[in-house]
Structures are given as structure tokens and as C-alpha cells.
Design a protein around this ligand. Structure first.
Ligand SMILES: Nc1ncnc2c1ncn2[C@@H]1O[C@H](COP(=O)(O)OP(=O)(O)OP(=O)(O)O)[C@@H](O)[C@H]1O
Length: 124
């Protein structure tokens, strides 16, 4: 199967994102967290540099979750029965999501610490 146009490729990619949002609870959690973080960043008027790091962290986590979703589908297709390699593949993919999420939380804490302290110090 070969896609005919660039537009069709984008449509298939968007379908993949919608599939992950529909079927993966973690993807919906990441999306809700991303909306909350972007809203807070806008309200706090963060610098461009901080915005770039936040957007990178959000993109990294969501891209990892999409790859995890893809890998789960491939493993279920190739090995519906229990197999130690199927377990290893799924666990490693889940580990990649976990690592990226830890990075995102750490980056968020570092980025928001000073602006939130300044806000609290100025009495809101
Ligand atoms: N075919 C299999 N053989 C052996 N172990 C498996 C197999 N499928 C899943 N597992 C184990 O069960 C765990 C959960 O797998 P599952 O496919 O339910 O993912 P999930 O819980 O939906 O993950 P996520 O929350 O990221 O969507 C895997 O991480 C793996 O340890």
C-alpha cells in the first residue's frame, strides 16, 4: 500500500494520533497535561527559551507514547500469545515513555519554579 499524496500522508498520520487518543488512556493524560502546561505558560508569560523547552518536552512524551502504541499493535499482531520477547518489547517501549515523562516533569518543575515563586512573592 502506497499513499498517493503528501496530503494523504498527513491524513494517515492524524489518524494515528486520533487512534492513540481514542485507545490509550496514557495518551489522553499526556494531552490533558500538555493543555494545562501550555495554558500556565501563556498565563505566566514565559520567555521564548522556556517555551521551546516545554514544547520539546511535550512533543517528546507524546511522540514516545505514539511509538509505544505502534509497537504494542505490532507485537499483538506478531505475537498474540504470551512470549518473553513480546514482554521485553512492550516493557522496553513503556520504559521509554516513562523516561521521557520523568524528563518532562523535571523540566516543568525547573521552568515553572522561578515564575511561580515570583508570582507568589508579588502577592498573585
Ligand atoms: N504477548 C505478550 N507476552 C508476554 N507479556 C505480555 C504480552 N503482552 C503484554 N504483556 C505484558 O503485559 C504488559 C501490558 O501489556 P498491554 O499490551 O496490556 O499494554 P498496556 O497495559 O495496554 O500498556 P499501555 O498502558 O502503555 O497502553 C506489557 O508491558 C508486558 O509486560
Amino acid at each position: 500500500m502506497k499513499s498517493d499524496s503528501l496530503l494523504e500522508s498527513f491524513a494517515y498520520a492524524a489518524e494515528g494520533v486520533r487512534y492513540a487518543l481514542r485507545t490509550q488512556r496514557n495518551m489522553r493524560i499526556h494531552a490533558a497535561a500538555a493543555v494545562a502546561v501550555i495554558t500556565a505558560a501563556a498565563l505566566l508569560h514565559l520567555s521564548w527559551g522556556r517555551w521551546v523547552v516545554l514544547l520539546l518536552a511535550i512533543t517528546l512524551v507524546m511522540a514516545m507514547e505514539l511509538m509505544n502504541t505502534a509497537l504494542e499493535a505490532v507485537v499483538d499482531l506478531a505475537s498474540p500469545e504470551v512470549h518473553p520477547l513480546a514482554k521485553a518489547a512492550k516493557d522496553a517501549a513503556a520504559g521509554a515513555v516513562l523516561l521521557s515523562a520523568i524528563f518532562a516533569v523535571a523540566a516543568g518543575c525547573i521552568i515553572f519554579f522561578r515564575p511561580v515563586m515570583d508570582l507568589l512573592g508579588s502577592g498573585g
